[in-house]
Design a protein around this ligand. Structure first.
Ligand code: SF4
Length: 324
């Protein structure tokens, strides 16, 4: 597939006073093709949201800083664009959906007017046409168009997130970044909103970066998956391969299927311990204190990103030649 966005060697740091440097994102390499959905998976604090803010160039500086790398979007490096050019990209080509719909909605404006406002910014239409388009968008996300005159507080959480999706798509973006878009919703509503996003993405031919901690969501929606741990993408491949042949010990732990050597049988085995304190990441492989396959070299050497077969990347010393 043709590339839409390519993240190359991206590194983002935060300087935390008195505590040092947080390596929020380290040497990240990812790409999303036209119409593709990439799932970015990890625990809280793994660096998923910082990645999204990095792409949008919204990392608060200070304390944050994009230290190095390139973000090639439609052939141009976003990291060398002026603030004015970036605003254009953000408003037109890349839209973002957040976990809490209320952060993106204006409480004192009707939902119809909010969608119409975006439509007017992006299409050459008059006020009446914009309202018509807004109603169509509401219908597309499963909200009766006659509710366009209602305010956000009159809708349920799931409905509000549908309104946010309508607004995001009204810009006709080529890339949609969705940060835990269904986490705050009821389980049944989550499924509905996900299906909706999947269908609309296909209809509008939008590419998507979907940030989630939920492998069920990945299974449902994504084409490719990147697993993050302590700022690093530790495994990256297409969904099918990730689900059938996961390789990194952390990914295996996420699937709860690490075979127990003593008992010589597979059993549910959640990963013991917590993600490291981001200001105090262990030396070598950041996963080594929790890793069931840890070797003595793991606390000394940082694993490189290794392509173990075409399109399947793993950051783990077990897969590096000449290490064991
Ligand atoms: Fe485990 Fe070592 Fe691989 Fe890290 S490098 S995941 S500690 S085996």
């Amino acid at each position: 597939k043709k590339k839409l966005i390519e993240i190359k060697d991206l590194t983002i740091h935060f300087i935390v006073e008195g505590e040092g440097i947080v390596r929020a994102v380290e040497d990240m390499n990812l790409e999303i093709g036209k119409g593709e959905t990439l799932g970015l998976v990890g625990e809280t604090g793994a660096g998923k949201t910082t990645t999204a803010l990095g792409i949008m160039q919204l990392v608060p500086n200070p304390p944050g800083k994009i230290v190095s790398g390139e973000i090639i979007f439609e052939g141009e490096n976003l990291l060398t664009k002026s603030p004015a050019e970036l605003r254009k990209v953000r408003g037109n080509k890349i839209s973002m959906i957040f976990q809490d719909p209320m952060t993106s909605l204006n409480p004192v404006m009707t939902v119809g007017d909010q969608i119409a406002e975006v439509v007017k910014l992006h299409q050459k239409v008059n006020a009446a046409q914009a309202i018509e388009r807004a109603k169509e968008m509401l219908e597309k996300v499963g909200i009766p168009p006659d509710r366009s005159k209602e305010y956000p507080h009159q809708f349920s959480g799931g409905m509000r997130q549908r309104v946010v999706i309508a607004i995001a798509l009204a810009c006709n973006p080529t890339l949609l970044i969705a940060d835990e878009p269904t986490t705050a919703l009821d389980v049944t509503i989550q499924a509905q909103v996900l299906t909706l996003m999947k269908n609309l993405k296909e209809e509008f031919e939008t590419s998507m970066l979907l940030i989630t901690h939920d492998l069920g969501v990945v299974a449902e929606v994504c084409d490719k998956v990147a697993i993050m741990y302590a700022g690093n993408v530790i495994e990256y491949t297409d969904k099918k391969r990730l689900f059938t042949e996961p390789k990194h010990p952390y990914t295996l732990g996420l699937f709860g299927s690490i075979p127990d050597a003593e008992e010589d049988e597979e059993r549910l085995n959640p990963i013991k311990g917590l993600m490291p304190d981001p200001t105090n990441v262990p030396s070598g492989c950041p996963f080594h204190p929790r890793c069931p396959k840890v070797m003595s070299i793991c606390s000394e050497r940082k694993p490189n990103n290794t392509e173990i077969e075409l399109g399947h990347f793993v950051k783990c010393l077990l897969f590096e030649e000449g290490v064991k």
